[in-house]
Design a protein around this ligand. Sequence first.
Ligand SMILES: Cc1cc2nc3c(=O)[nH]c(=O)nc-3n(C[C@H](O)[C@H](O)[C@H](O)COP(=O)(O)OP(=O)(O)OC[C@H]3O[C@@H](n4cnc5c(N)ncnc54)[C@H](O)[C@@H]3O)c2cc1C
Length: 390
Amino acid sequence: MLYDLAIVGLGPSSAAMAITYKRLNPNKSVCIFEKYPIALRKLSSTGNGKGNFTNDNLSPLIYDNSEFVSEVFGDNPKELLFSFIDSLGLKYFKDEEGRYYPLSLSAKTISHALLRELSELGVEIFYDTFVEKVFKNEDGCFVIETINDTFLSRSVALATGSINYQSLGGDGNMFVSLKDFGHTVTKLVQSNIYIKVKEKAITKRLSGLRFNARVYLINDGEEYYHEDGELLFKDNALSGIVTFNVSNRLSRLYKKGLDSNPMIVIDFLKDQDTEEIVNYIFNSKNIYESLYNIVHPELAKLIYDISKDNKEIVKNLFSMTFTVSGLGDIENAQATSGGIKTTELKDTLESRLVDNLYILGDLVDTDAPSGGFNLSFAFLSGIKAGMSLE
Ligand SMILES: Cc1cc2nc3c(=O)[nH]c(=O)nc-3n(C[C@H](O)[C@H](O)[C@H](O)COP(=O)(O)OP(=O)(O)OC[C@H]3O[C@@H](n4cnc5c(N)ncnc54)[C@H](O)[C@@H]3O)c2cc1C
């Protein structure tokens, strides 16, 4: 059988494209190949299983390669995304930080709605079907080679995700087919992940403790980025949501070929009046007790132990400095920085090099910090592709 559209991978970008295309073209044949017996596994794990699918501040500027993302998003990405989400019958709410979740607080609700719609529209899904290779034959048709079979299609969308968290999704094998089509894969770096640091004696002592802090990324001696939020110490690393977001910027630096030693600086007292605290420290008769009055006891003890005088105490409270030794494991990363070069794609996500070849979601060289932005791009890339294919 010759399909009108074959999609490799069943994640959110793939589901959004298949649903959008099939609604507009009910008579066209669409199939999806998914290597696992269960689809949408990554989506079902997002937001700690709660499914943070978008954000009030859905600005292209948050993304790497923001100019391309801006073209994909068009004038009103939120309207496009919410009309798709609403069309699935999903109910949702926004938290105080502008993050949207399904009302059920379960990402599986979104996965379930997508699968129900795909089934109602008659999209054929081949589960447990690993696609090894995709290429074009001499008749101009796409050939999709799976372990057991070969399929033909007039158009193809690759939506296999990137290389992070392989236990939930892709392993990068479609990058091989894409290179054969002439596409460029930029350097792939794990992102939205904990940051390993050299000062293990400090991280070990604070391991397991959480702080509401301001975290700075310093590159070449200058501030590159900072963000406020929850910081979690691990044995040899900094973690927590704020670190994940800082790591997003760090990954982009690594992608460009970082040749300096970046530093992380932590302000534990971001909301306090610096002058007042400095006066309090310098006028204190018992510095040990004073520190206890300001910060968590374990941090107070640590700062007391490692600081040789009051000046250093103040420095460690407002700007404790760590040397980055690398990023956490790719298997635990929530995103990958890098992918198919955006200049090789149209704003419809169709390849500029191969007609009727679409490249969606995490396969594209763009990424964003946590907060629902990566899922938003996955959905919107699928919606845009589904709207454009005839
Ligand atoms: C733990 C975790 C938490 C996250 N939390 C959030 C969050 O809260 N908010 C947010 O916006 N984003 C979050 N993300 C990112 C988000 O999940 C991804 O951006 C999104 O799932 C990408 O969608 P996709 O369609 O590109 O690919 P994926 O969701 O990766 O789907 C790709 C599919 O293709 C299949 N596949 C791969 N190779 C083949 C092949 N050769 N043949 C057949 N099938 C194949 C995979 O099995 C998979 O089902 C999180 C990611 C992780 C790992």
